[in-house]
Write a protein that binds this ligand. Sequence first.
Ligand SMILES: *Cc1c(COP(=O)(O)O)cnc(C)c1O
Length: 430
Amino acid sequence: MNRSRSAELFETAKTYFPGGVNSPVRAFRSVGGTPLFIKQGDGAYLTDEDNNTFIDFCLSWGPLILGHNNTRIREKVWETINRGTSFGAPTALENELADLILTNNRFLEKIRFVSSGTEAVMSAIRLARGYTGRDKILKFEGCYHGHVDSLLVKAGSGLVTFGNSSSAGVPKGLVNDTLVVPLNRIDLVKQAFEEYPDQIAAVIIEPIPANNGLLQVSKEFLFCLGCIARKNGALLIFDEVISGFRVGFEGAAGLYNIAPDIITYGKIIGGGFPVGAYGASREIMSRVSPDGDVYQAGTLSGNPVAMSAGIAALSECLKPGFYEQLDDKTRRFTEKIEAHSQSRNYPFRIFRIGSIFWLAFTRADIRAAEEIDPAGMDKFKVLHAFLLERGVYFGPSGYEVGFVSAAHSETDLDTAAAAICDGLDLVYGQ
Ligand SMILES: *Cc1c(COP(=O)(O)O)cnc(C)c1O
């Protein structure tokens, strides 16, 4: 497969951008080799600058639940662009997207649109702090919440710890306000609240942790988090930037029927454009400016072009049977690969929730980030390179999940499953 044009573009990009990219994982550092430069996407397919095509399971890291270049999104976006692209004043499109979301979600009464998942989480944290008058945040090892200062914190050496920052440039003061606890350890959550009474503003979690593999979190654990937070006067924040509109229109909150106090969204909500959002009850949202004293603003917030894409995307998601179909075909796809792996007795499995799946080089249940065997990443590297040659594109890291879109046909999935099975034979030396 010729990738010379991508290689050339990457050399040039390295002179412009740190690592040659505008977001680190795109640099292919964990799988090696050169990132593909993409020139087009259609349905389930990506085409790179060397005119190679790939069945895509990265899907822009989650947003493209309808696949690439969806006709309805494109038409709605054109219609809007023809009238201008940004006004810095309210538009009917913001009402339309809010109405679509709020009338179909039992867990929210008001919402605020922002421009990225990170911005949504950052704003939700500020709102929780403003609402409770407290500073500390409790998060979980293995969950990712964007590059918010307070949340670029990983576990320290103890079990309930103030973490260490996972990035240079994060002020110590902020790190000292972030507690990090392992997932699925409700005893340690209780302990954190006992050690820091009346200090924790919010517990934030990815209810379906999908940024360090796909970690298995029990519904009971999520439910108990809400109870403990409530009992201690803290808020529960579900970061649904990936799971929102992905595992169902109401996301993980709907799937598990658990009501968090604040929910954050990103990715799918913008139909492939930069949109994020946070929402809560009327009472909590009344604290957001200009109604309340928690300041939050954005020049391009609620951008009409982005709103149009969101409206078109979410309207498709609301059609009867949308999630059932996506779920069914993803299940059939992963079952085929697992059947092959089991017949060969490979130490391999696929974790799946709805149309999110993760290839795991293990037989074990993985319920926490530290249970992931780093040796699996070497296997992923081999598989990733093999799959590119076979025209199947996965995000370039074994810690990343894959997604299936409504645009993937049974044939696409069969072709990809066959390639993955052959790739496993290579990885496991058969
Ligand atoms: C992607 C992601 C974010 C960050 O969103 P950006 O749009 O990349 O800023 C936050 N939280 C979760 C759970 C995510 O998956």
